[in-house]
Design a protein around this ligand. Structure first.
Ligand SMILES: Cc1ncc(COP(=O)(O)O)c(C=O)c1O
Length: 341
């Protein structure tokens, strides 16, 4: 099966499984798990932050960050198409008890003026703006890389109003590879960042929340409150460390595979794919101008063992990752062309 639905379907590489079997573990709540500590140091180092916390998932990292940065009743500015706003089961309202001011970040272009206007001036009737959230790569099912310059500009804006800037960097390695900058440079001006180990990095479990030592101490407490305290999590952490050490080149290749497939499909039909040079490993297909029936397209791909994700009416997503080979890319291109011809 060529499974292009998401990079979350990736399976661990052999070195991860070997590292898991031989991991040195202990009780992590008692701070005795060496493998977790190694992973946390590595994550802090790669993001250029003082400290890091191993969490269950990107969702947990995001929610912990919101809990740690905000007070009940505050307002968070977040992308209208962001994960934290759309896909975390209302966690911001349920856990942090904050409200969201969603701002659309179309095609990864940050609307600085709109964000500035959304920051609430002090008033007895107004909620206080407690946090600004950025996502990189951005945009529900799209994957635009946000530049270092835009990140820094947004951080300057937030800090001018003494508001922290939080970065959901679930796919920050894809952004860094695309922009050809170190991950730490994309994280330098933000107050905290999380990245997922389970997407292009292909580990079986977890995410890393990174920030100042003080913030991470508070975050550790919030994680415990959510029931996320770990015991012998070193088995999972060992896979995570391998993911960070060995998978970055793979992620650059995943971006490359997506770029070639998208460009070839665009050359075949200009309206089929909207590909920009700030896009990473995610391709969106729009078949609204084609006569083929909605279910028929998915069905025909399935007959050729290709799985893609339905986004909306005649809109689909294909995500490149380590378990999609260059041969698979050729097969997908050929099959789509055959179906639409
Ligand atoms: C941008 C973004 N943030 C956060 C998450 C959540 O990660 P997890 O599935 O580990 O909870 C995802 C998952 O797809 C994501 O795409």
């Amino acid at each position: 099966m060529i499974d292009l639905r998401s990079d979350t379907v990736t399976t661990p590489i052999r070195q991860m499984l070997d590292a898991m079997i031989s991991a040195n573990v202990g009780d992590d709540i008692l701070r005795e798990d060496i493998s977790v500590q190694e992973l946390e140091s590595l994550a802090a180092q790669i993001t250029g932050k003082e400290a890091a916390l191993f969490t269950v998932s990107g969702t947990m990292s995001n929610q912990i960050a919101a809990m740690a940065f905000t007070q009940r009743g505050e307002e968070i500015i977040a992308g209208a198409e962001s994960h934290i706003y759309n896909l975390e089961a209302g966690g911001l309202a349920a856990l942090s008890q904050v409200q969201v001011k969603p701002i659309s970040i179309s095609r990864g272009n940050i609307p600085f003026e709109e964000i500035t206007s959304a920051i609430r001036p002090y008033g007895v009737q107004s909620p206080k703006t407690g946090l600004i959230c950025l996502e990189n790569t951005y945009n529900l099912n799209r994957g635009y890389a946000i530049s270092v310059e835009d990140t820094n500009k947004l951080a300057n804006l937030a800090h001018q109003y003494t508001i922290p800037l939080y970065l959901d960097g679930a796919r920050i390695f894809n952004a860094a590879a695309k922009l050809q900058v170190p991950v730490a440079q994309l994280c330098k001006s933000v107050d905290a960042v999380q990245f997922c180990l389970t997407k292009g990095l292909a580990a079986p479990f977890g995410a890393m929340l990174c920030g100042t030592a003080e913030f991470i101490e508070k975050a550790r407490w919030m994680k415990q409150r959510l029931g996320g305290g770990f015991r012998q999590a070193g088995y999972m952490a060992a896979a995570g460390s391998i993911a960070i050490r060995l998978m970055q080149q793979q992620i650059a290749e995943d971006n490359e595979k997506a770029s070639i497939l998208a460009t070839n499909l665009q050359n075949f039909d200009m309206e089929l794919v909207h590909w920009g040079n700030n896009m990473t490993n995610i391709i969106c297909l729009d078949l609204n101008h084609c006569s083929i029936l909605e279910e028929s397209f998915i069905q025909k791909l399935l007959e050729k063992n290709i799985k893609i994700k339905v986004l909306g009416k005649k809109q689909y997503r294909m995500v490149c990752h380590k378990d999609i080979s260059w041969d698979d890319i050729n097969i997908v291109e050929k099959t789509i062309k055959e179906i639409l011809r």
